[in-house]
Design a protein around this ligand. Sequence first.
Ligand code: ADP
Ligand code: MG
Length: 545
Amino acid sequence: MPIKVLPPEVASKIAAGEVIERPSSVAKELIENSLDAGARDINVEVHNGGVSYLRVTDNGCGLSSVDVEMAIRRHATSKLAKLDDLEHISTLGFRGEALPSIASVAEVEILTRDQGSNAATYLHLEEGKITSREKKSRPVGTTITVRHLFRNFPARLKFLKSSATEASHIATLVSQYALAFPEVKFEFIVDGRTNLRTPGDGDIRSPVSAVYGLDIAKKMQDVEGTDEMLYAAGLASPPSVQRSTKSYLSFFVNRRYVRNSILAKAVETAYEGLLMTGRHPIVILNVKLPPEEVDVNVHPTKLEVKFRNNQAVFKAVVKAIRQTLEKSPLPGVSVGPEDALGGQLWERFPSASGTLPSLRTVGQLSSSYVLAEGEEGLFLIDQHAAHERILFERILSQRAEKKPEIQGMLEPLTIELTPGQEQVMKYCDGLLNEFGFTIEAFGERTYLVRTVPFVLDGANLVEAIKELLDEIGSEQDAGKRDIKAAQSLACHSAIRAGQTLEPDEMRNLIKQLESTSQPRTCPHGRPTMIHLSSQQLKKEFGRTG
Ligand code: ADP
Ligand code: MG
């Protein structure tokens, strides 16, 4: 085929594909524009996960009737004038691509008024072209409505997930911006119901309370640190607050919400030794650097940034968080089997196959491990991991038989969810039901729990349910959500390390473990036991010649 330059409509659709991947990308671009326009009040409203309808209203500076027509042209921006400016970007937007990109993949209405105009301009766009122009009234600010996203792009539409999943992505996004901009009032409305509302009073704890709840907001500790070129400030949870996913880490670089492995690694390093294996803190961190120290132009949706000096950023952040943590009370640190006993002496069973020989309990070690002997030598069993395996299989088989053992509440339990968790609740309530939960909507992000799976007896139910939703929410593959749910439930219900067991409890545990299909690994694939063979023992004591 001969080489041809693409017609502009085709080129613009290809470019749009990079910026606009799903409804939350539209929300991201519009919210960033509102923030760049100095808005103090931003309202985001969606229907059908933002696919059929997504509207962002702000009270920012607005646009004149002349500027608004410029704004919808490709590479038209008020934020960047020359190449050199690209080195010092202080606004969230700069490429002048968002509005034209959105307009090329959806129907768009813009209603905007700036300070100097006495009427607002209304534009209606289809396939990127203006189909009607009117004068309307509205206060200074901008409302952009995006309808029928990807209607003419069946391949893109097919790639989208359920409405509730798409709404949950937007909820997470709005939550992040709300955390980054405490001085801005945010409201997020999903299908007519308020999902998130922040007061915009400038106190960072206000959005934290709105997103994660008052209890967390109170427990969070202030973080502040500076070095030559960096200023880091925010909140970090004390080690007593632990989460099962990394989704509670929020990073903002010059107020831009970013994903960044250097910052994530710095947090992990700062908390080293303070959290249980596989647990994560809640951290909200704003990093301020001179704009030339950060490259924001490395990712189509600007979600990733590059630091000029990774090492300096890493060190400063670790130090700032460590200083905070040193002031907070230390919890007990539990040690996994990997840490307690390593080396060659003990044989591990990382692979899943193989049933157990019959074992006789000898005793308990460190209130965490059960010692047992069999014909093949000595077995050291991690009581938590073993119990997890037992419960995991039980939970899944009860679900498969559609007979979950349930436990009713005498009084319904009230739980308050984060905006993201609420959306997960919506798309997985059928699944939760199959596991034995009966949960109903009660008020704004408040739910009543009437029954729970029997295995959760004795567990902290509020924590267990919230973590269950986080775990399910972090699983992109809908087909694996049931496994995630069973893992999470098993983990919450299983006996802990540090719990003293009676001899018959230990015997019972081992008997039940023997009857599981994969006794040698926990549901996450970690070993439930390590084995010291009789032969090894002999060898170690020099009995073999
Ligand atoms: P960019 O944000 O990269 O400049 P956009 O396509 O997102 O590009 O927006 C183009 C221009 O439209 C912006 O530079 C800004 O001047 C104007 N604009 C967009 N949204 C708003 C808004 N909500 N309020 C005021 N001006 C806006
Ligand atoms: Mg923009």
